[in-house]
Design a protein around this ligand. Sequence first.
Ligand SMILES: Cc1cc2nc3c(=O)[nH]c(=O)nc-3n(C[C@H](O)[C@H](O)[C@H](O)COP(=O)(O)OP(=O)(O)OC[C@H]3O[C@@H](n4cnc5c(N)ncnc54)[C@H](O)[C@@H]3O)c2cc1C
Length: 478
Amino acid sequence: MAPERFFLELSPPDASLKTLPHVVIVGGGFAGLRACHRLIGKPVRVTLIDKRNFNLFQPLLYQVASGLVSEGDVASPLRQMVGHAPNVQILLGEVEAIDPKAKEVVFNDRRYVYDHLILAAGSGSSYFGHEEWRAAAPPMKILEHADEIRRRVLMALEEAEQTPDPSRRKVLQTVAVIGGGPSGCELAGSLNELMRHTIGRDFKQLNPEDTRIVLVDPGDRVLRAMDPSLSQAAGHQLEAKGVELMLGARVQQIENGAVVVGLKQTDGSVVTRTLEAATVCWTAGVRASHLGTLLAKATGCEADRGGRVVVQPDFSIPGFPEIRVVGDLCSYSHTADGKPLAGMAGPAVQMGGWVAKDIMAKLAGETAGPFRFTDFGTMAVIGPMTAVADLRGLRVSGQLGWLMWGLAHLAFMPEMENRFSLLLKWLWQIATRERSSLLITGRHDQHLGVEVGLERRELSELDSDQTATQTATGTTSS
Ligand SMILES: Cc1cc2nc3c(=O)[nH]c(=O)nc-3n(C[C@H](O)[C@H](O)[C@H](O)COP(=O)(O)OP(=O)(O)OC[C@H]3O[C@@H](n4cnc5c(N)ncnc54)[C@H](O)[C@@H]3O)c2cc1C
């Protein structure tokens, strides 16, 4: 007989789990997944709630956006990763509210009780008060964003291939990447390689020399969080490969196909420039999940300007020791220099692991040692086999930097299968300069509406074809 299931009441299948403390983790990203892993096999009942059914390795999203690897290479189903553990229950749903007094989270119209809550809902993108720019300049935070960027770039190239007007072709071959941080540099470098080399070979009408990848940033250097020597190396390498750096440029307006920037001059004045680009991508701003603000309202705890919850040394919030906030959603400044830890994968993983350990220690009536973050360094890929890396003061760039970057990312990738598929695709790309995932996918009604010609014509043709078919057959689609 099949074992009794427990979907309706969401209680644990095994009676022995019912008496155990219940740890609810919201978010199966870097922080939440690590906490979950640490609690496997421990005397607690764990529920991991995520609005997606997979864990996403965000640092490689730019490779999906530029067709180097595909979605499945950078994401893995949570059930496959931790669902096998007898004390772990995975539930798909978006947590919409938290009731800290009743110790409940609300998702899928259901109230769900916890003894310990780990909030690890991460962050999204911010347009600094200009949400209207989002449609014209997609961010790069989730898989669908990376798909959208790839689709826009490839659709623009498909249109360019059929456009007789040379000036229009140049616009179609132009990409503006907003934000000169690691994500912006990586995306710009990878799209540059895609458009100049791969497409230059496969498109008969296009001149790779007409390709323009413009990296726009208001600062005076790219990768401002890194040492100036590495910023300089990254800037030079990007420019050597053909990426145009537009520094000192603050975005004033984004419309379909155009970015208006205020460009700072050497005398301090600002001149306005319009950059025409068929594809515009946004990597500039980050804002913590709205759960941070919700929690602040419900508990009176502090949230910073970016919506991050200001946490205590054990990642709890004042008055609620059972609520821990980790990863991008928290602002943790109990550090040697008092600066908050960066919203990066390394801190998120270490926070998630420590909090799980601390919960278990407290349940056993003990105390875990204080949280100490180990900084392994920062890295950014600039192009094929080129990266800059700062490993605790050891600064390298070029091929050695890329080798370190590759090894670190493979080691960090949670699933073995993905490590192999990525390694294979990277080696294949190095050997052949071919990309395996240059597919234009996505339904028309999910698109964000950039004017790239072919898509509109196809859509209208499809619509008229469908109408003609329906008229002929007397059917309608549901
Ligand atoms: C393009 C890009 C490149 C990056 N590159 C690097 C890099 O090279 N190196 C580096 O160290 N860091 C990098 N980062 C940052 C790093 O990915 C984040 O710091 C890290 O993902 C934070 O981990 P987290 O667990 O806090 O959140 P996430 O990994 O974002 O996970 C949050 C999870 O919570 C879920 N969730 C959100 N809201 C809800 C809700 N209401 N209910 C249920 N589930 C919810 C989400 O679906 C997600 O699974 C990059 C980020 C991006 C976007």
